[in-house]
Design a protein around this ligand. Structure first.
Ligand SMILES: N[C@@H](CCC(=O)N[C@@H](CS)C(=O)NCC(=O)O)C(=O)O
Ligand SMILES: N[C@@H](CCC(=O)N[C@@H](CS)C(=O)NCC(=O)O)C(=O)O
Ligand code: FES
Lengths: 104, 104
């Protein structure tokens, strides 16, 4: 579908992408972490897109198996949600992924 | 207002009360912690109450100054949100509050 192609293009062309909701603290935690690490994520707030928000969330589920937010991509690769991202960070594996994605 | 009286009564009559939303991970964290500590909270899911949900959230803001979920009360006392509750837990101050509230 056209929306599916848009998502694929977005995550391919941007080193860090976070599909988020403005009111969600798990989404805030991930956005804050990336900013702290200087990653400058592209943030897409699903609750600010009118009817396209739920449609996007459905497309993301089809593409990643994940229907929740935050939904995180680094270097075009699906990372997961807040817990997954924090886990990688604590293991020291997040920052290497970020630098690699930035340098692409 | 009548809704305000309902909230006051609810938090007075129940040792642990959590105003929550079913889709919210911060709310889940708090509910899980209380269950793990054997606290058996009364959980009120604001997103499952139709139009009364947002009204309740407004009343809670008026009563506690807090407009977010989760909104936690122990022994009739306003505790705060997820972060506040976890902070008390890590300081070892949550469980004493819970036993005191249970024994009332
Ligand atoms: N373990 C996941 C939890 C994700 C989750 O449950 N997200 C909630 C919001 S905190 C969600 O998307 N709920 C459904 C919705 O908002 O559409 C993570 O760390 O990201
Ligand atoms: N620091 C607060 C954050 C609370 C918060 O921002 N809650 C969000 C959901 S995670 C909220 O209520 N957003 C507005 C809403 O859902 O009406 C806590 O630990 O509870
Ligand atoms: S909506 Fe509360 S943590 Fe996501």
């Amino acid at each position: 579908s056209r929306l599916e192609e848009t998502v694929k293009k977005t995550v391919a062309e941007n080193p860090v992408v976070v599909y988020s909701k403005t009111w969600c603290s798990y989404s805030s935690e991930v956005k804050t972490l990336f900013k702290k690490l200087g990653a400058e994520p592209l943030v897409i707030e699903l609750d600010e897109m009118g009817p396209q928000g739920p449609q996007l969330q459905k497309v993301l589920e089809r593409l990643t198996g994940q229907h929740t937010v935050p939904n995180v991509f680094i270097g075009g690769q699906h990372i997961g949600g807040c817990t997954d991202t924090l886990k990688l960070y604590r293991k020291g594996e997040l920052e290497p992924l970020l630098s690699e994605a930035k340098s692409k």
